[in-house]
Design a binder for this molecule. Structure first.
Ligand SMILES: [Fe+2]
Ligand SMILES: [Fe+2]
Length: 294
C-alpha cells in the first residue's frame, strides 16, 4: 500500500480516551452574548452523534477488505475514538433538550440521511457490496478532512478564549478536535488502500463538501428557530457570520473553502494539515483527557 508519509504512520497508535463532561452548569449561549456563533458551533452536536455512528458502521463493514495489519489497527483505534466522540456530543444534545431547546426534529432527519440514504444497501452481490463500501469510505474520508480542519481550528482559536466561552465546552471541542487531528489520515489511507484512484477521492468530496455546507446552514437556522430565548427573532445572514469569523469565533468561510480544494490536490495527504504534536500536547493537558487517564 502506498504511504505518502510513512514516518507518521509507523507509530500511530490510536488510544480511545474515555472522557466525561459535566454539563450541569452550561449556559444555553455558551459563548456569552453570541447566540449565532454558539449555535453555528452547536450544529456539530446535531450532526456528529449520528454521523460518527455511521462512520463506525462503514469502517466495520470495511474491516474484512483490509489486507494491511497496521492499517487495520488504525481503523480499530479510529472506531474506538469515534464511538466516544458520538457519546460525548449526544450528552450535549440531551442537555439542550433539558434547557428547552428540542433538537430531535433535526436529529431525526440526520438519522434518516445516514441510516437510509447513506446506509448499507440491501441485496447487493459481493462485487457491488465491495464497491458500495469503498464509496462510503470515500465519503467518510472527505468528511474527515473537514473534521481535521475544524479540529485544527479549535486548537488554534484564541478568539473563543477572549470571548470567555464556557471552559467545559472548549475542552470538549479541543479534545475532540485534537483526536480528529491525531487520526486525520486513517480514513484517507483506508480509501487509498481499497482504491488508490483519484476519481474516488474527487467523488467523495463532490458529495460530502456541498452536503456538509447544506446541513450546516439548515442546522443553524433550525437551532436559532428552536432556541426558546430568541423567539425566532434572530435570522442569520452571511454578513454577520463573516463578521463573527473575523472576530475568531468561527472558521473563516474562505479558509474552509480553500481547505476543501486542497483535498483535491494530486499530492495531498492529510498529514500535510494540522500538527500531531500540537494535538498530542493538548491531549496531555485537556482536563477531560487527564481525568480519563487517571
Ligand atoms: Fe470524531
Ligand atoms: Fe474523526
Amino acid at each position: 500500500m502506498p504511504r505518502t508519509a510513512p514516518e507518521v504512520h509507523a507509530d500511530l497508535v490510536l488510544e480511545p480516551r474515555d472522557v466525561t463532561f459535566d454539563w450541569s452548569g452550561l449556559p444555553l449561549h455558551w459563548i456569552p452574548d453570541e447566540p449565532l456563533a454558539t449555535h453555528t458551533i452547536n450544529v456539530l452536536h446535531l450532526l456528529l452523534p449520528e454521523g460518527e455512528r455511521w462512520f463506525i458502521k462503514v469502517f466495520k463493514d470495511a474491516l474484512p477488505l483490509i489486507t494491511d495489519e497496521q492499517l487495520r489497527e488504525e481503523v480499530l483505534g479510529f472506531i474506538g475514538q469515534e464511538s466516544i466522540h458520538a457519546e460525548a456530543h449526544q450528552e450535549v444534545l440531551d442537555h439542550l433538550l433539558a434547557q428547552g431547546l428540542d433538537p430531535r426534529p433535526y436529529v431525526r432527519q440526520i438519522a434518516w440521511l445516514f441510516q437510509r440514504v447513506l446506509g448499507e444497501k440491501p441485496k447487493l452481490g459481493p462485487r457491488q457490496r465491495r464497491e458500495n463500501i469503498i464509496e462510503r469510505v470515500a465519503f467518510v474520508a472527505a468528511i474527515e478532512h473537514f473534521t481535521a480542519f475544524l479540529g485544527n481550528w479549535a486548537l488554534n482559536s484564541p478568539g473563543l478564549d477572549r470571548a470567555e466561552a464556557d471552559p467545559t465546552m472548549l475542552d470538549l471541542l479541543r479534545w475532540h478536535g485534537a483526536e480528529e487531528v491525531e487520526h486525520r489520515s486513517v480514513a484517507f489511507d483506508l480509501m487509498t488502500h481499497l482504491d488508490p484512484g483519484y476519481l474516488r477521492r474527487v467523488r467523495g468530496m463532490a458529495v460530502s463538501g456541498p452536503l456538509l455546507v447544506h446541513l450546516w446552514v439548515r442546522g443553524v437556522r433550525f437551532l436559532l428557530a428552536a432556541d426558546p430565548t430568541l423567539d425566532g427573532r434572530l435570522v442569520p445572514t452571511w454578513r454577520e457570520a463573516l463578521d463573527i469569523s473575523r472576530r475568531g469565533l468561527l472558521p473563516e468561510p474562505m479558509a474552509s473553502l480553500r481547505s476543501g480544494l486542497r483535498y483535491l490536490r494530486r499530492g495531498y495527504h492529510p498529514t500535510q494539515e494540522g500538527s500531531s504534536a500540537q494535538a498530542l500536547s493538548y491531549l496531555a493537558s485537556s482536563p477531560a483527557a487527564r481525568a480519563a487517564a487517571r
